[in-house]
Design a protein around this ligand. Structure first.
Ligand code: PEP
Length: 252
């Protein structure tokens, strides 16, 4: 029913030459794998070159951020209009954006609205910090992230959500499958409250946080988890290919 999705978040890694090389290696290996949607989210500067390489194939392209205004005096920013037609997906509200660039739920809400307006598919990231996790605030934080980020935004089939506990991102300490499944079930329930049961049933919700070829099966083996947002391991050809392959296998 829900087509699983594996999205690679390359973060601030690779120059254009390296991005072209990496996608040149990954693409032929994942291209033939069906029943999984495959996305690579490259740095802005490589989008055009990578887009050329992906043309006509099944691997999709995404950006890692964007500003919410369409154009104007916002030096250094990239707008939704610039991305539309260039890539299909855009990661929004990543915890690194929240932490390093002070992005609030209000800003993320504006970005999601702006992305949807131009037909981009936002991957909205939500998740609690280590301190919040240890204080037992996971449910409260995730509820706030989801409801505030989606406040007054009409339902859209283009939306994807990724549950990414901050303590699991880039730390090598992934959540367990059941742990992530439980939070993702909650996210689906919150979404059902906002948009109705049928919308929530069809929404893809990913897990993200230290996913590798060694642990992906634990996540995609769970009923609520529809794939993964993969950081570090998406830069390693064998790891990313293995993650896509195992997801296809698990969700057959
Ligand atoms: C991410 O960047 O969204 C992420 C989950 O990173 P990592 O897989 O490296 O933990």
């Amino acid at each position: 029913m829900r087509v699983p999705l594996i999205a690679g978040n390359w973060k601030m890694n690779t120059n254009v030459t390296e991005a072209v090389k990496l996608v040149g290696e990954i693409r032929p290996l994942i291209e033939p794998i069906s029943n999984v949607e495959k996305v690579v989210c490259t740095p802005f500067v490589s989008l055009t070159a990578v887009r050329e390489m992906l043309k006509g194939g099944s691997v999709k392209l995404g950006a890692q951020n964007m500003y919410f205004e369409e154009k104007g005096a916002y030096t250094g920013e990239v707008s939704p209009l610039m991305l539309s037609g260039l890539c299909e997906y855009v990661i929004l509200g990543h915890s690194e954006r929240r932490q390093c660039f002070n992005e609030t739920n209000e800003i993320i809400n504006k970005k999601i609205r702006a992305a949807l307006k131009v037909g981009l598919k936002p991957i909205l990231c939500v998740g609690e910090s280590l301190a919040q996790y240890e204080a037992g605030k996971t449910e409260a934080v995730v509820t706030d992230h989801v409801t505030s980020s989606l406040k007054d935004i009409p339902a859209s089939d283009n939306l994807v959500i990724a549950y990414e506990p901050v303590w699991a991102i880039g730390t090598g300490k992934a959540a367990t499958g059941p742990q992530a499944n439980k939070v993702i079930r909650l996210v689906r329930k919150i979404v059902a409250g906002l948009y109705g049961d049928s919308f929530a049933r069809n929404l893809r919700i990913l897990y993200g946080g230290s996913v590798t070829g060694d642990n992906i099966a634990e996540f995609v083996g769970q009923s609520e988890i529809d794939g993964a947002l993969v950081g570090g391991a998406s830069l390693k050809v064998d790891q990313f290919v293995s993650i896509v392959k195992q997801t296809a296998q698990a969700k057959k």
